[in-house]
Write a protein that binds this ligand. Sequence first.
Ligand code: NZQ
Ligand code: ZN
Length: 387
Amino acid sequence: MLNFEFKNPTKILFGRGEIAKISKEVPEDANVLMIYGGGSIKNNGVYDQVKEALKGHQVYEFGGVPANPEYEVLINALDLIKEKDITFLLAVGGGSVIDGTKFLSAAANYEGEPWEILTKPVRTFEGEGMPFGTVLTLPATGSEMNSGYVISRRETNEKLSTGGPGLFPQFSVLDPEVVRSIPPRQIVNGLTDAYTHVLEQYMTAPSSADLQERIAESILISLQETAPKVLSGDFDYDAAGNFMWCCTMALNGLIQKGVITDWAVHAMGHELTAYFGIDHARTLAIIAPSHYRYNFESKKGKLAQYAERVWGIKDGTTEEKAEAGIRKLEEFFHSLNIQTRLSEYTEDYEGTAERVERAFTERNWLGLGEYKKLTPQDAYKIVEMSY
Ligand code: NZQ
Ligand code: ZN
C-alpha cells in the first residue's frame, strides 16, 4: 500500500428533513449567497425549504448556473459577491452548481484574472477560499464531499479542472427525497458517473490495498443493484438513499488512498463535452471501454478481478475474464440506456481524435494515466476506437 494522508473535513447531514438544519450550520452573522441552477429547486420544494431554514439570515440569490458550469455566467456571480460583501456561499443543486460555487470560493479571494485559476492551474489551500456549504439535489459527482471542480468556457471550447484542500464544503445536506424529481436521464447519468469514478480509482493493477479494493467493488455492486430500483418509476426512499451515498463515497477520497489512480477517461471525456456538449457521464461511457481495451496488457489483472468479484465470472484465463469484464461493463451501460459510441451522439465525430491529441499536446498533458505514460498519441487512438 502506498503512503497516504487523509483528511476530509466535510460534515454530512444525511436523511429526510435535514435541510432544516442548515440554519445552525451557516454562521448567524454571515452575508449568504445562495447559488442554484436553472430552476428545478423551485419546482420540487427544495428552494422553499432552504429559504425557510435561512429566514433568520441575510440571504442573496444567484440562479441560472447551467449544466457544465460556465465561466461567463459565474463571473456575474463574482461581481455580486463583491458588491454585496458576501461572506458565505450556499450551493443548492447538482455537481454543476457545487462546482461553480467552488470556483467562486476560490476566485473571491484571488488577486489575478479569475480564468488563470483554471489554466495555470491554481490550487486553493486551507483558509484561502470563501467558506461554503451545499444542499445536494442530484447524486452523481461526489462534489459535495470532495475538493475538486470543473468549469467550462464556451468562448474557447475548454473544460478544465482544479481544486485544493481549501475547497471542501463545510457541510453537505444529502436528503434522498430530492431524488423524487430527478428525470431518468439524470439518474442514469448519476449512476454512470459514480460507477466510472470508482473505475478510475480501481481499474489499474491489482494492489495490496485490500480494504480499498473491496470498498470499491462494494460501491460498484451496490450501484448495479440500486440502478433498477431508482429507475423503476416508483419512488423508493431507501434505494434513493443508497444511490446517493454510493455517489458520495465513490469520490470523497477514501477509495483512492494508498493506490494508484488513472483519471484518463475523465480527461478525454471532458473534451467530448467541450466540443459537443455531451452529458459528462455519457462521455465516460463512450471512452471507458476503448480505454480498457487499448490498455489491456497493463490493466488485465484488475479487469479479471473486476469480472470475478463484481460479476461472478469465475471461468477462463486472465485474458478471457478481463475481456468478459469489459463486455459486462458495456452491457451495464446499455442496460441504463447509455450509448457507448461517439457516433451515437453526433454525426460530426470525424477529426475528434486529432482535436484531443492537439489539445493535450498544447496543454503539455504528455503523460496521463496511472503510470503517467499515456501520450496524446495514445489518446488519439483511444478516442478513434470510441467512434
Ligand atoms: O439546473 P437545474 O434546473 O437545477 O437542473 C439540473 C440540470 O439540468 C437537473 N437537476 C438537478 N437536481 C435535480 C434536477 N432536476 C430535477 N430534480 C432535481 N432534484 O439536472 C441537470 C444536471 O445537473 P448537473 O448539476 O449539471 O449534473 P451533475 O451533478 O451530473 O454535474 C455535472 C458537472 O459536474 C462535473 C461535470 O464535469 C459536470 O460539469 N463533475 C464534477 C466532479 C467533481 N467536482 O468532483 C467530478 C465529476 O467527474 C464531474 O467531472
Ligand atoms: Zn465524473
